[in-house]
Ligand binder design. Structure first.
Ligand code: FAD
Length: 445
């Protein structure tokens, strides 16, 4: 019987282990937590979401929703568990993170095919037919060193910043109000509204706030989609008001009052006892976060269950290293998945974990499996990872429609989005049907 080792029980590794088990393949899944923790994880649970609790939009036509639809078509185990652990978040799929991870662990432990080892891997384990590396953006330093030795290629480090979480009871609801953008009724978000004067004071405090000192190994290349709030603020007085603090569509539901800016809080757990400050990733010191963020109307007495922090984020130069089935050119039985590939985001990491597992299962069952091209979202993600960029160096990205092949004729924006989604889902359905005999092997729940 073939033996597979998976290194890292994060989003990609857990997804891959569960998919392989469904193909009846035995997996040793190695996870270093809790013995060695990362800078962002706080538990020993698999598939821990380290920042936001949202897997983004579920509403078609959008690229994020499309990727999820495609993964649902392929019966992604983690996506199914995410849906079972959902909390209200408008059109987004947000989850109770503890429940989500607990259910992933339950599913892993219930599988007779998966053995979970709590151990930090420092070099590739011996004796396996296939190995999948899924150690993520916070890969342990000894294993990072080893990977750099093994591939002798550029490896990047850069910052990500995470948003604070607030105790719901400490929010002053006489100032804040519940509403979703543009919708009537109570709404899923708590909104903290600013007058111009309040915004001016907050903005000045933000610009002057002390930040955590950077370590020498971390350079200042922030990932654009996850910029710290103070960095966004420095780009101009109105940048926040046109970004994460946009007041549009958030007039007061009772009084109709309009606001100069709004800070939105999204429910963090099923019980509704914790709220996440949407888009407020920060590298202000904890003391400064207490001082500055409590200037937000409604958060004067805020109790921070978790402060915002900064984190390292690593990825490999995948287009030079990987084939489209996510195996290494140089080591065909070694695979890569998750954020280390340069995909960016929770769902994207689940996606590459899923694809790597399908590739390995195909090899073991002697089945030739070509993933669909970039007329699908999954194909777009795989192409991004395995195709050298036209210009400059390779950089990570979230799923977005620019990764998909254009329609070939001019269309209005809304029509184009709908086109991408229709085309992808049709293609994915046909592809799954064509590989029906392979998918039938996957019945070992
Ligand atoms: P992970 O989920 O991190 O899993 C990797 C696992 O490998 C971890 O459990 C780790 O403990 C383990 N491991 C590491 N080294 C070893 C070793 N040597 N031996 C054994 N085990 C090891 N994406 C979003 O969509 N939304 C967000 O809000 C978001 N916020 C982020 C915040 C931070 C601070 C970071 C770093 C990333 C964030 N991301 C976010 C990006 C990314 O989607 C997540 O990091 C995602 O969890 C990546 O999935 P993964 O499976 O590649 O890695």
């Amino acid at each position: 019987d073939a033996r597979v080792a998976i290194i890292g029980a994060g989003l990609a590794g857990s997804e891959a282990a569960l998919v392989l088990a469904e193909y009846g393949i035995s997996v040793d899944l190695f996870e270093m937590r809790p013995h060695t923790m990362t800078e962002a994880h706080t538990s020993s649970k698999p598939a821990e979401l380290v920042c936001s609790n949202s897997l983004k939009s579920m509403e078609l036509p959008s690229a994020h929703a499309l990727l999820k639809e495609e993964l649902s078509l392929l019966e992604s185990p983690l996506l199914e568990i995410a849906k079972m652990s959902a909390v209200p978040a408008g059109s987004a799929l947000a989850v109770d993170r503890s429940l989500f991870s607990a259910r992933v662990e339950e599913r892993i432990r219930a599988s007779s095919k998966i053995t979970l080892h709590r151990k930090e891997i420092q070099r590739l384990p011996k004796g396996y037919d296939y190995t999948l590396i899924a150690t993520g953006p916070l890969t342990s330093s000894s294993f990072s060193d080893y990977l750099q030795e093994l591939f002798a290629r550029d490896n990047f480090n850069f910052y990500d910043a995470i948003a604070p979480i607030i105790d719901a009871e400490s929010i002053d609801m006489s100032k804040a109000f519940s509403a979703s953008r543009w919708s009537d009724g109570p709404g899923d978000y708590i909104n903290c509204p600013f007058t111009k004067k309040e915004y001016d004071q907050f903005y000045s405090a933000l610009l002057e706030a002390d930040e955590v000192k950077r370590h020498s190994f971390e350079d200042a290349a922030f990932f654009e989609a996850c910029l710290p709030i103070e960095v966004v603020a420095r780009r101009g007085y109105d940048t926040l008001r046109f970004g994460m603090m946009k007041p549009v569509g958030l007039d007061h539901p009772k009084t109709g009052e309009k606001f100069f800016a709004v800070c939105q809080l999204r429910q963090e757990n099923v019980h509704g006892t914790a709220y996440n400050m949407v888009g407020f990733q920060t590298r202000m010191t904890f003391g400064e976060q207490d001082r500055v963020l409590r200037m937000i109307p409604g958060l004067e007495e805020a109790e921070f269950l978790r402060h915002g922090t900064i984190h390292r984020n690593s990825y490999l130069n995948s287009p030079d290293l990987l084939q489209r089935d996510l195996s290494f050119l140089e080591y065909p039985n070694l695979f890569l998945a998750g954020q280390l590939t340069g995909n960016e985001g929770y769902t994207e990491s689940i996606c590459t974990g899923h694809c790597a597992a399908q590739s390995i299962a195909g090899r073991i069952h002697n089945y030739s499996l070509d993933f669909p091209g970039n007329v699908t979202a999954i194909g777009g993600v795989l192409d991004h990872i395995t195709t050298p960029p036209l210009k400059g160096r390779y950089t990570p990205t979230n799923i977005n429609f620019s990764l998909l092949a254009p329609p070939g004729k001019k269309m209005r924006k809304a029509q184009r989005k709908a086109f991408y989604c229709d085309r992808s889902l049709k293609e994915m359905t046909v592809w799954k049907h064509e590989h029906g005999s392979f998918f039938k092997l996957r019945n070992h729940r």
